[in-house]
Design a protein around this ligand. Structure first.
Ligand code: SF4
Length: 262
């Protein structure tokens, strides 16, 4: 494989069975993010990337050469990989080497996403959504400016065009995401292929350690929430979906109950 200079790879898993549904993939981690989700498990990548060693791209590409025929593709994750200036070049090189490509993104850069889709450089996109699609909820969780929600909505609309396989994911934290908030997001995403609920997992390395006092949903509760979300998406999928970037915002569900909401 051609190598790429000055590519800040901060983590590399050569064989993952869990990062791409139905596929075996390598995973490349990139630093920096424009969100500050309190439950983020990649806090080092997001706020202390300089304290992490950078892996030589040559060694990563050499390992990928070895894995040809064994893994299906390469997942690019972060942090937020669309902030990397050499992302497109990386995907071109990975594709030219015969691998499929998956992008994990928070949807904050729809222009980058559109460019990659237009160039046919993506096979699968997993987009993290953070709350139902209203500004106060999104800002409270991500600390991003209010204008960010329009960009997130544009990315959602791009993926819902169905040009590549995709899924929406949300990490559910009971203090931020009550059942009605989750169901409202499912309605917001009407027509989407999938919204996968991921359980919040407390830990020493999360961005805001104060959240470690929060008890996650039980597995049973999460499974029941997922069932209802699947029903709502299936129900909505039978109707014509409206671009979320064109939908007027409704007020948030019980904003006073959200820690950090102003
Ligand atoms: S959870 Fe994702 S979007 Fe949020 S801060 Fe961490 S890397 Fe960024």
């Amino acid at each position: 494989m051609h190598t790429i200079r000055d590519l800040p790879i901060k983590g590399f898993i050569d064989t993952s069975f869990v990062d791409w549904p139905g596929k075996i993939c390598a995973v490349l981690f990139f630093p920096l993010c424009n969100f500050r989700c309190p439950y983020c498990h990649n806090a080092d990548l997001v706020v202390r990337p300089d304290q992490l060693a950078t892996i030589e791209p040559e060694s990563v590409f050499a390992r990928l050469d070895d894995l040809r025929g064994w893994i299906d593709g390469v997942c690019v994750t972060g942090g937020e990989p669309t902030l990397q200036p050499k992302l497109r070049r990386l995907l071109e090189v990975v594709r030219a080497a015969g691998f499929q490509t998956k992008l994990d993104t928070n949807g904050s850069n729809p222009d980058v996403l559109r460019g990659l889709l237009d160039a046919g450089l993506l096979d699968y996109v997993a987009m993290d959504v953070k709350s139902c699609l209203d500004e106060s909820s999104y800002c409270a969780i991500t600390s991003a400016p209010e204008s960010m929600l329009g960009r997130v909505r544009a990315s959602i609309d791009l993926l819902r065009e169905g040009r590549v396989e995709y899924e929406f994911r949300i990490t559910v934290v009971p203090t931020y995401h009550g059942p009605e908030d989750i169901f409202r997001l499912a309605r917001d995403l009407s027509g989407a292929a999938r919204l996968r609920l991921q359980n919040f997992s407390p830990g020493e390395r999360i961005l805001d350690p104060a959240l470690n006092t929060v008890r996650p949903y039980t597995q049973e509760a999460l499974a029941n929430l997922q069932l209802r979300v699947d029903e709502l998406l299936a129900c909505a999928g039978s109707r014509t979906s409206v671009p979320v970037s064109a939908v007027r915002q409704a007020p948030p569900v019980n904003p006073a109950a959200r820690p950090g909401a102003s």
